[in-house]
Design a protein around this ligand. Structure first.
Ligand code: SF4
Ligand code: SF4
Ligand code: FES
Length: 239
């Protein structure tokens, strides 16, 4: 594998030829906020929080879906990026109903953590207070659409790791939402194996176990990567 040389925040960094800019940033011990990205799943560049400045590029680029190139010069934090990221997080809060105090994911929510990371203490955008559905038709799990940020992690983990494809993205604009099966109640989708992987990787309290009350959700986003690694390295071979 070719090794490429790039510069991130003034620091010389080596990266594998097939790495993304996000992987190069992390391998250099640096961080950018992410929400839709999850190690083990195909990156989609949906949340735009990982945008970085790449010198010579006419626009900001999402680090999670941008390939490294030799000689690339990357900046992960500039006043423009900091402002942009805070605004993006404020919009997430304003367009859903994220009432942390009564949310199952309070204290373990990646959206909450990112809000702290970007220094958001309130949203300057008018709250939309959307009226959305709560799908409690599954015997074990529920989906509260008010807390969904459309990161599509659930869609990808169910498709790519559980190989079932229960979830999809339906509708457009402000009606855009995650749908189960052929836009059915989740509990009516016979293909669901009840594995819980979608619940484990959901970064917010949108997907949760029915027994969980406020602040009781224990997400396990690391499991996607662990499963992919175990399969690739045949951890179960001859066991
Ligand atoms: S519980 Fe498993 S099979 Fe069912 S929707 Fe979630 S990831 Fe897919
Ligand atoms: S339900 Fe959770 S994992 Fe699925 S798109 Fe919404 S926020 Fe993301
Ligand atoms: S983490 Fe890169 S766009 Fe969401």
């Amino acid at each position: 594998m070719t090794t490429l040389q790039l510069q991130i925040n003034g620091r010389a960094v080596s990266a594998a030829g097939d790495a993304t800019v996000l992987e190069a940033i992390r391998s250099a011990g640096l961080q950018v906020p992410t929400l839709c990205h999850l190690d083990g799943l195909t990156p989609v560049g949906a949340c735009r929080l990982c945008l970085v400045v790449i010198e010579g590029h006419p626009k900001l680029e999402p680090a999670c879906v941008t390939a490294v190139a030799d000689g690339m010069v990357v900046h992960t934090h500039t006043p423009e990026l900091d402002t942009y990221r805070r605004m993006a997080v404020e919009l997430f809060f304003a367009e859903g109903n994220h009432v942390c105090a009564v949310c199952v994911a309070n204290g373990a929510c990646e959206l909450q953590a990112v809000a702290v990371e970007v220094g958001m203490d309130h949203s300057r955008f008018p709250y939309q207070y959307p009226r959305r559905q709560v799908d409690a038709s599954h015997p074990l799990f529920s989906l509260d659409h008010h807390r969904c940020i459309l990161c599509t992690r659930c869609v990808r983990v169910c498709d790519e790791i559980e190989a079932v494809h229960v979830w999809d993205v339906g509708y457009r604009g402000s009606s855009c939402s995650i749908i189960a099966g052929l836009d059915q109640p989740w509990g009516e989708v016979a293909a669901c194996t009840n594995c819980g992987k979608c619940v484990d990787v959901c970064p917010t309290g949108a997907l949760f176990r029915k027994e969980d009350g406020s602040g009781e959700k224990q997400p396990h986003p690391e499991r996607a990567h662990q499963l992919v690694e175990a399969r690739t390295e045949h951890h179960w071979h001859n066991q």
